[in-house]
Design a protein around this ligand. Structure first.
Ligand SMILES: *Cc1c(COP(=O)(O)O)cnc(C)c1O
Length: 967
């Protein structure tokens, strides 16, 4: 038969095959990098170069260029997924009833698919531009409302990093709010041990003394400024803390309670017995265990603490038409403004996970949550009563879901029987075992547990469930009364609700997000897929390490690849944000100095232009911040640096320097700078947030730096999730290795430093994303990505030059991977502010660049390597068109009060209402020819921030009661 095929058709067939083969093997790097080789050539031409290598040689200083990176050869998407699947298979998914802050949960499929696996949700940025973020802001407001209702508190923030850091933040807040003079913070001995660890770390350099005591009996007679108890405690006991609250308050101290949201569906909430601050982890509201994270922690407080509360806070304000709209409230509290006076260094938090937990409450509603809580409690009582009948003793009578069981000398035997049955229990001490039931538990499971404990094979009938809560602990108050928690019981409604919210938002799935310093690059689907593999998602962080072989292998490989990429010797993946990495790195520096008898070294030099987290982290590490000036080119003033280093020579601990600089420049003297600091006995902390300009080109560990954090959620493709998750690993030189963060529950080899996160490997689950990214890109691909990132930024700078001033460039007129454009002159010439331009970009379908950082009144643009030439041009065209619009105001054609910039963004309501503007409707919403007819419209007009801060509302308003108060 084959011979019958005519030669012509054969050729066609062969051509088809070849084509198919080529596309099936198109390397991932060509999918990740936006501009094609032909497009790159075109862009290079505009910049006066013909070869990418020559161009990059002109931009990146020769004296820091690295030799070849040695990384494993790149894999295709399919190959990488197969390789990671093999690693994943080395994890063993046991059923973990360990508890201790982490519990089994059902991720509702409607949330799994429509939120966690949906780029409209996971690729969005922190909602600093509220008009294009109404969807995620509403979802976060739902989370805040849920936390307030369940804890019985007045105000809650939009997530913190994990329960342990939330407790540390609560301790600091208590210190600020307490009237007591003391520096002692009492911690009940039955708080989760990983929380106590992180408290000890934080207290260390804050002149706080932690006293771990037994709060169930009597509080010490000494003075103290705060008390932390866990409710139910780490062993499951539900204690009555009303007396304790009174005593604490009588002493002027603040009562902090760590709690569990599912327990609060049936337990009297801490807010009803006078707690001042309530913290916890929302993981068991539909967020996978993920070997420890990412999960959303929460903090709720009294209303009077709100201005001192750390973290982001979503509130309601009004837009320019007086309609209610969401936005981030009280932003002046945040680290980017308060710097070393900030109350916390938390920047990236856990938005995506908070959104998931809030959606879990929307999906189940009060009855659904209560039903889950009641079921778990009933099963726990059945287990307790049945075991009691078989002569097991209980240390505590009152419990919700966790039993502390005295097993005498049978502990080893029972633990082994549990393992044989595929179960992990908590070994508390020689003679006691903890069991925490959860949403996944069933009667069959309870029967199995009875068999494990009794060792009897025949089926033992379960005792009848009983309500076993004492009167003080029985919750009578309602919660989740708002319609949003009632109207989404059918999956159709829930799916449409989630779609409606994400449609309100502008994420990377619709447009480039040209945020300077934040590297919003492609988060490839193949990188995301392993996040929901159960061999990664269903592992408890304190499961026996033998069950996590796959995780260990993945971490080892990721750490090795990151060490090679940065030129350092060791990496810790524990910090769960960039700022936590800064903190961990500075702690390592302090510990290093102390190990050499230099404990007086506590001065940290920080350039003027630094990111706000730098001084905030230094302050948390107990360092004194000394600012180094920048010259008029925006570079660090070396003379001033020497002056300050000299002045503080004996006490110099470190410099924190961002490279390339926050001004988007490869400063020429970074080697010299490192040498100067070392000359005075200091250490160099190189902030690696801008590492996207360097991977494969230069390695901080080679040119003199001692430690860096990386933002895996910037450079290494973890999505931003609307403000988290993040991973901020630190990479260090050999001499700092002994001081990398350790962990007390899970011993980490050769890591002698203090713990900075609740879980040993922080946000372990999302580490699969950078692993995939690195394995698919390979050394050459990564280098190419950095080169194209620099090319894209310079292309934008070149295209905008003439229309706008590019504020900083190097001697040859080049920028690094981002550029700052100066729009300050238009304030005088046309009454146009940086805000007006940012909002006007929304009408053109864009997310605004970073505003007013590091220079007030400017825009910082970072396109990343993932954007194609067409998208860069679309953005440049929009920016140039806006410049022309400004000119029309300058010319007097439009007034300062009535023009498309000050009225931006425009909504459908504008278009369909009365139109009496000095420009037409087309100019308002289709200012450029050829704009996508399916263009994005913001659901609200410009939002009034000041108004919202004056009338602070941070929970879902009742739709009937709420109308904007009169200003
Ligand atoms: C993003 C960023 C940080 C902080 O990282 P987070 O993950 O948000 O805590 C620090 N420094 C610079 C320069 C950054 O851009």
């Amino acid at each position: 038969m084959l011979f019958c095929v005519a030669p012509r058709e054969w050729r066609f067939f062969a051509f088809f095959i070849e084509d198919f083969v080529v596309s099936a093997h198109a390397p991932f790097v060509s999918r990740h990098i936006g501009p094609s080789p032909a497009e790159q050539e075109k862009m290079l031409k505009l910049l006066g170069f013909s070869r990418l290598d020559d161009f990059v040689d002109a931009v990146v200083p020769q004296d820091i260029r690295r030799k070849e990176m040695r990384l494993p050869a790149p894999l295709s998407e399919r190959e990488a997924l197969a390789a990671l699947q093999k690693i994943a298979n080395k994890n063993q998914v046991f059923r973990s009833l360990i508890g201790q802050g982490y519990y089994g949960t059902v991720v509702p499929p409607v949330i799994l698919r429509n939120v966690l696996e949906n780029p409209a949700w996971y690729t969005s940025y922190t909602p600093y531009q509220p008009e294009i973020s109404q969807g995620r802001l509403e979802a976060l407001l739902n989370f805040q409302t849920m936390v307030c209702d369940l804890t019985g508190m007045e105000i809650a923030n939009a997530s913190l990093l994990d329960e342990a850091t939330a407790a540390a933040e609560a301790m600091m807040l208590a210190r600020r709010q307490s009237k007591a003079k003391s520096n002692v913070f009492l911690v009940d001995q039955r708080v989760h041990p990983q929380t106590i660890d992180v408290l000890l770390t934080r207290a260390g350099y804050q002149d706080i003394e932690i006293a771990v005591v037994d709060c169930k009996n009597e509080l010490p007679q000494t003075e103290y400024f705060g008390v932390l108890v866990q409710y139910p405690d780490t062993h499951g006991h539900v204690a009555d803390y009303r007396g304790l609250a009174e005593i604490a308050h009588a002493n002027g101290a603040v009562l902090v309670v760590a709690t569990d949201l599912l327990a609060l569906t049936i337990l009297t909430p801490p807010g009803e017995w006078n707690a001042d601050i309530v913290v916890g982890n929302a993981q068991r509201f539909g967020v996978p265990l993920g070997f420890g994270g990412p999960h959303a922690a929460f903090m709720a407080t009294r209303d009077s603490f709100k201005r001192a509360m750390p973290g982001r806070l979503v509130g309601i304000s009004v837009d320019s038409h007086g309609k209610p709209a969401y936005r981030l409230a009280l932003q002046t509290r945040e680290q980017h403004i308060r710097r070393e006076k900030a109350t916390s260094n938390v920047c990236t938090a856990q938005a995506l996970l908070a959104i998931m937990a809030g959606c879990y409450a929307v999906w189940h509603g009060a009855e659904g949550l209560r039903e889950i809580g009641v079921r778990v409690h009933r099963l726990a009582t059945q287990l307790a009563l049945t075991l009691e009948k078989h002569h097991f003793k209980f240390t505590y009578e009152n419990f919700f879901d966790t039993l502390h069981i005295d097993v005498g000398s049978r502990a080893d035997l029972i633990m082994q029987r549990a393992l044989d049955a595929g179960y992990n229990l908590r070994r508390i001490d020689a003679s006691s075992i903890g069991v925490s039931l959860d949403e996944l538990s069933s009667e069959a499971e309870v029967k199995l547990l009875v068999a494990i404990f009794t060792g009897r094979n025949e089926e033992i009938p379960l005792e009848k469930p009983q309500a076993m809560l004492p009167a003080f602990a029985v919750r009578s108050s309602q919660y989740l009364d708002h319609p949003v928690f009632k109207e989404h019981r059918s999956e159709t409604e829930m799916m449409r609700y989630l779609r409606k919210l994400s449609d309100w938002d502008l994420a990377l799935d619709r447009t480039m997000i040209p945020l300077g310093s934040c590297t919003m690059k492609l988060n490839a689907a193949s990188e995301m897929m392993p996040v929901t593999w159960r061999q990664f998602s269903d592992i408890h962080p304190f499961a026996p390490l033998e069950q996590a072989e796959g995780y260990r292998e993945m971490f080892d490989e990721l750490e090795a690849m990151l060490a090679e990429a940065t030129g350092y010797d060791a990496v810790s993946l524990q910090p769960n944000s960039g700022a936590q990495g800064e903190y961990a790195g500075l702690l390592a520096i302090r510990a290093y100095h102390e190990s050499r008898g230099d404990s007086q070294r506590n001065i940290c030099l920080i350039p003027q232009s630094a990111h706000g987290t730098n001084p905030a982290s230094a302050a948390l590490a107990g360092m004194e911040v000394v600012i180094v000036a920048c010259d008029e080119d925006g570079d660090i003033d070396i003379a001033d640096l020497v002056l300050k280093a000299e002045e503080h020579a004996d006490r110099l601990a470190a410099i924190m320097v961002t490279y390339p600089s926050t001004h988007g420049i490869f400063e020429r003297n970074i080697r010299e700078l490192c040498a100067i600091i070392h000359g005075y006995g200091g250490q160099v902390y190189l902030d690696g947030a801008n590492f996207n300009a360097q991977v494969g080109l230069a390695a901080p560990g080679h040119y003199g730096s001692d430690v860096s954090h990386l933002n895996l959620h910037k450079t290494f493709a973890i999505p931003h999730g609307g403000g988290g998750p993040g991973v901020g690993p630190i990479a260090v030189k050999e001499h700092l290795k002994p001081f990398l963060p350790g962990h007390s529950v899970v011993p980490l080899e050769h890591r002698g430093g203090l713990a900075v996160s609740a879980a040993p490997w922080g946000s372990a689950l999302v580490d699969v994303i950078p692993w995939m990214y690195l394995r698919m890109m390979g050394a050459d691909g990564l280098k190419k990505a950095s080169q194209v990132a620099i090319l894209n930024a310079n292309y934008i700078a070149a295209r905008l030059k003439g229309a706008y001033d590019v504020l900083y460039s190097d001697a040859d007129g080049h920028v690094a991977h981002e550029c700052i454009i100066d729009v300050r002159p238009y304030k005088d010439s046309a009454g146009v502010s940086v805000d007006d331009i940012a909002k006007r970009l929304m009408d053109y379908g864009f997310h605004a660049p970073t505003m007013s950082f590091p220079v007030p009144g400017t825009l910082m643009i970072e396109p990343t390597e993932s954007e194609t030439l067409a998208e860069l041009d679309r953005f440049c065209d929009a920016m140039l068109a806006i410049r022309e619009e400004i000119r029309r105001i300058e010319n007097g054609e439009w007034t300062h009060e009535d023009n498309p910039l000050v009225n931006a963004p425009h909504t459908l309501a504008d278009l369909t209402g009365d139109w009496n503007r000095g420009y037409d409707r087309k100019t308002a919403v289709f200012p450029l020819d050829g704009m996508n007819p399916g263009k994005y419209l913001t659901p609200v007009n410009r939002i009034d921030n000041a108004y919202g801060d004056r009338h602070l509302i941070c929970t879902c308003p009742s739709p009937i009661d709420w109308e904007p108060p009169k200003a």
